[in-house]
Design a protein around this ligand. Structure first.
Ligand code: NAD
Length: 349
């Protein structure tokens, strides 16, 4: 497997948090002699505004053929209101590299960070798998009589048997491999009848192959309520693209906020993309206030994907120790800037 990692810091706070993640990755790479080669790409809004190009021709093929993973910051810039560059690069990679698994762990690292009363670390520890290539994100639909009082807009929500089955199977395989006790599939099949029917039938069929793992279905509105009321009832959750997008922000809040959460966009065994779940937070750009922990935990997740489990655990333990010591950014109640919060983790490696 290639040892090359594409590093794409992106816009806004992306470069600031990726810089901290890179300091950790470079240290681990040297000390554990992993032999990873980091190649930096400056694709972002600045570049797009200057050249009109989001990603140079051939870049996607280069990533597909020559890299093991992509480590990405965030995209989004008020000067590009239609987000064209972000759609080309981020959604482009998700679709063209077929990154069908969006892996988003929800794990509370310190009781103090949980906004829920009487919930502790042992209550908030589950994983959400969001289908990442279909649903409402395929861009199918259109407008009729646009701009008139009779305007009609249609937005399609697409589910394929292949797409649904592979994400559900991945969730069960993950549960089996990691000893998780249950898989919950969440949708809204009382309203979205046709897609919901496909999801539920597929879920029941795949579940039969995993008799040791409990499985249950929950409507997504009930899921949001239970994630707040009793998060301990969840172990693995699998859901579609849109619902996954929404409930994972709620999951991030249970962990201490958007600055804490990591995600993987995975095509098993192939080049995959790892990014903190937050966006470019333009109001924080260049102010040294963004929390780098989401980006640092993302680096750990990427190492785990590449088979370096011990190094991933080493990073997670350093993050937990820095949080326990209160050496964090303001969003976690600390007094440090982005760089100092990154250093607090680096020191504890
Ligand atoms: N994957 C991505 O690249 C991605 C994801 C979400 C949003 N976006 C884009 O980012 C831009 C801003 O979107 P938004 O404001 O809705 O979402 P956002 O995640 O950028 O920020 C929302 C709020 O969350 C908090 N926050 C986020 N990251 C933080 C961090 N590291 N440390 C501390 N606090 C943090 C801040 O209070 C911030 O105002 C938009 O252009 C949006 O489209 C990109």
């Amino acid at each position: 497997m290639s040892k090359k990692i594409a590093v794409v810091p992106g816009d806004g706070i992306g470069p600031e948090v990726i810089r901290e993640g890179m300091r950790i990755l470079e240290r681990i790479n040297d000390e554990s002699k992993l032999g990873l080669e980091f190649v930096h790409f400056g694709w972002n809004a600045d570049e797009y505004l200057k050249t009109g190009i989001s990603m140079p021709p051939g870049a996607m093929d280069d990533i597909r053929n020559n890299y093991a993973a992509v480590y990405l910051g965030a995209f989004g810039d008020p000067r590009v209101p239609d987000m064209k560059h972000a759609a080309d690069i981020l959604l482009g990679m998700r679709f063209q590299l077929d990154l069908y698994v969006n892996y988003r762990p929800v794990r509370l690292l310190n009781d103090r960070l949980c906004p829920l009363r009487d919930k502790h670390r042992q209550h908030v520890d589950f994983v959400i798998f969001r289908e990442n290539t279909e649903g409402a994100y395929v861009g199918m639909g259109g407008n009729f009589k646009k701009g008139t009082p009779d305007e009609i807009a249609v937005q399609e929500d697409v589910s394929t048997r292949k797409g649904v089955e592979r994400i559900i199977r991945y969730a069960f395989e993950y549960a089996k491999k990691t000893g998780r006790k249950s898989v919950c599939m969440s949708d809204k099949n009382n309203v979205m009848r046709f897609g919901g029917d496909l999801w539920l039938r597929t879920f029941e069929e795949v579940a039969k192959e995993y008799p040791g793992i409990e499985h249950f279905h929950m409507f997504v509105d009930a899921l949001t309520m239970q994630m707040v009321r009793a998060p301990e009832m969840f172990s693995v959750i699998v859901t579609n693209n849109m619902f996954g997008d929404i409930v994972t922000d709620l999951g991030a809040a249970l962990q201490g906020g958007l600055g804490m959460a990591a995600s993987g966009n995975i095509n098993p065994g192939k080049v995959s993309l790892f990014e903190p779940i937050h966006g470019s937070a333009p109001k924080y750009t260049g102010k040294d206030v963004a929390n780098p922990i989401g980006a640092i935990l993302t680096a750990a997740m990427m190492l785990e994907y590449l088979g370096h489990d011990a190094e991933a655990t080493r990073i997670e333990n350093a993050v937990i120790a820095a949080i326990d010591a209160g050496e964090t950014t303001h969003d976690l109640g600390g007094a440090l800037g982005t760089k100092a919060a990154g250093e607090a983790v680096l020191r504890r490696l």
